[in-house]
Design a protein around this ligand. Structure first.
Ligand code: C2E
Ligand code: MG
Ligand code: MG
Ligand code: MG
Length: 292
């Protein structure tokens, strides 16, 4: 009986593998096309100052509007793009699109102080990264001080010495750097203090248990104290409930991002919410008029 179950299990597993491999190949081929044919969209999620509720920035998050399968999230296709190298043109497409969007919001008087864009490991390892990013900023006429690049803790820690050099070069050009998903990558405090960075983003997994979990309360409190003493800005990810926001205020976390404040949205919808939000008054009528 055990043998039978084992064989059945194996067959099921093999079938599953096949379906996965097939899906992967399908996405891999589709992704090239998606990039060429403009199926990749950038959505924007607000980052909010906890002191006054104002929008302090937006994070650009890529989505794939697949002609057959509908919207596909980055968790499914970014790893494939990373392995195939497509991530480099894809990432630059996202960066360029988001920078253009910010410049457009500027022209229309919508106040979005900062743009955060995610960088994958392979992009981060490009020796000429700073030049590439600055070329895009120059092309669009956007000041480097408006841009923050988000790099995950595990990417930065993989090759700490090289990372420090890359981070220095970015910051020398006036670009800010945030460590994304902080707390999930096992970096030591001594490594962290060597990193020339501006911001820590506490991973959503720690915010989830706030305020019920004593462990998460202790961890988030400790990260907040550490960020403060290292002079880093702290952003909490995945804030969904008012009680989480209230706790974050008590530990003096500066900023938060999450469904409580706004989901990632296409640029035009983001404008409507932002311009009509009580926290921020539109600087002129243009942004509001565009919603009608
Ligand atoms: P991330 O950079 O940590 O982005 C935050 C993720 O959390 C986003 O998922 C966002 O939609 C989600 N999120 C935000 N607020 C909440 C909340 O309150 N509750 C919950 N449950 N989730 C929330 P998304 O958009 O699916 O992106 C997943 C990851 O894909 C990102 O994690 C980032 O690592 C990567 N990614 C997205 N866009 C890009 C890109 O343009 N380039 C690269 N290299 N990676 C990207
Ligand atoms: Mg991010
Ligand atoms: Mg994150
Ligand atoms: Mg995350």
């Amino acid at each position: 009986r055990a043998k039978e179950a084992g064989r059945g299990g194996f067959c099921f597993y093999a079938g599953e593998m096949n379906a996965q491999a097939h899906r992967r190949l399908d996405l891999e081929n589709g992704l090239r096309r998606a990039l060429a044919e403009g199926q990749l969209e950038v959505h924007y999620q607000p980052q909010v100052s906890l002191a006054d509720g104002r929008v302090s920035g937006v994070e650009a998050l890529v989505r794939w509007r697949h002609p057959r399968d509908g919207m596909i999230g980055p968790a499914e296709f970014i790893p494939i793009a990373e392995e195939t190298g497509l991530i480099v043109p894809l990432g630059e497409h996202v960066l360029r699109t988001a920078c253009k969007q910010l410049a457009d919001w500027d022209r229309r008087g919508l106040v979005v102080p900062r743009l955060a864009v995610n960088l994958s490991a392979r992009q981060f390892r490009q020796p000429d990264l700073a030049d590439r990013v600055c070329r895009i900023l120059d092309e669009i006429g956007l000041s480097s001080s408006r841009l923050e690049l988000e790099i995950t803790e595990s990417t930065v820690m993989r090759d700490a010495d090289d990372s420090v050099e890359t981070l220095r070069r970015l910051r020398a050009r006036g670009i800010s750097v945030a460590i994304d998903d902080f707390g999930t990558g096992y970096s030591s405090l001594s490594q962290l203090k060597r990193l020339p960075i501006d911001t820590l983003k506490i991973d959503r997994s720690f915010i989830e248990g706030i305020p019920g979990s004593a462990e998460d309360v202790a961890i988030v409190g400790a990260i907040a104290a550490m960020a403060r003493s290292l002079g880093l800005k702290l952003v909490a990810e995945g804030v969904e409930h008012p009680a989480q926001r209230d706790f974050l205020r008590t530990v003096e976390c500066e900023e938060a991002q999450g469904w409580l404040f706004g989901r990632p949205l296409p640029a035009d919808v983001f404008v409507c919410n932002h311009a009509s939000g009580r926290a921020v008054s539109p600087a002129d009528g243009g942004a509001v008029a565009s919603c009608a």
